[in-house]
Design a protein around this ligand. Structure first.
Ligand code: FPP
Length: 258
């Protein structure tokens, strides 16, 4: 009897989620959502677990969030998984985070392939351990012809370094005559950034109650809508993503106009 009630409850919950998804899909959804996945350490601390347990739980939320984003018809989901500043963390934590792409893709790549998700990465590849890069590159190769959601991992990513590198490339192109000063506008500059193939994020989500950008997509987020929540990343559920998108749908974006 108890089992029957459990099954009924599960069915009921998933149909509520399905209803919400269908409701949200009636209005335009953001094309590009970027997420600063914060609070893994605090989630673990609250449970007297090592910080890495929070990152592992956070990895499972990456899967759920990706599947829902794909279902909703988002074009790009950019996830801040490791910043250029995160190397300052204890070695065991850095080593652990660097193993997560392998574990994640080792387990879920077939599901991503089956769901037409395309895996991408932005960030400085040369500093990544070989095993991390191999896992990402294998996934990028296997999903390169997929046409559904782009799951873009920001890994060893830092926005100031990205902008500086873009400026240096612009100078190079200017000096070698490829670029004229009059051709350099915002659109042209964007093409020098790691996000050159994507539209700027429409919506930025940050979890864990911190209200800052932490060197994330500083140029690209100029006109994005922001949604902050106190929820810690490992507790971030489908309902939270739907709530963020619902709020986004109610916002009026004026891009500086009236
Ligand atoms: C920030 O929380 C989180 C990170 C630096 C790592 C995020 C990584 C994941 C969510 C897993 C990524 C999964 C894949 C597949 C790459 P924090 O540790 O700063 O938390 P705290 O502020 O509570 O200490």
């Amino acid at each position: 009897m108890l089992n029957k009630i459990k099954i009924w409850k599960n069915q009921n919950n998933s149909s509520t989620l399905r209803d919400k998804i269908e409701e949200i899909k009636k209005l335009p959804v953001p094309e590009h959502v970027a997420i600063i996945m914060d609070g893994n350490g605090r989630w673990a601390k609250k449970r007297a677990l090592p910080r890495i347990a929070g990152h592992h739980e956070g990895m499972k939320v990456v899967r759920k969030t990706t599947m829902l984003a794909n279902d909703l018809g988002l074009k790009v989901l950019t996830l801040y998984a490791f910043s250029t500043e995160n190397w300052k963390r204890p070695k065991n934590e850095v080593d652990y985070i660097m193993k997560l792409p392998e574990e994640f893709l080792g387990t879920f790549l077939p599901e991503l392939v089956a769901n037409n998700v395309q895996v991408k990465m932005m960030g400085y590849k040369h500093q990544l351990p070989k095993h991390t890069l191999n896992a990402i590159e294998k996934a990028m190769e296997q999903t390169k012809n997929n046409t559904g959601l782009v799951l873009n991992f920001a890994l060893n990513y830092g926005s100031r370094a990205e902008i500086l590198d873009a400026v240096k490339q612009v100078l190079n192109d200017y000096n070698s005559g490829i670029l004229k000063e009059t051709d350099l506008n915002e659109e042209a500059f964007s093409s020098y950034l790691m996000t050159s193939n994507f539209k700027d994020p429409d919506l930025l989500i940050r979890t864990s109650g911190e209200i800052r950008l932490s060197n994330f997509m500083l140029w690209q987020l100029a006109y994005s809508e922001f949604w902050f929540t106190d929820v810690l990343w490992p507790d971030f559920s489908e309902d939270h993503l739907l709530e963020a998108i619902e709020v986004f749908q109610k916002r009026q974006r004026r891009f500086g106009g009236i």
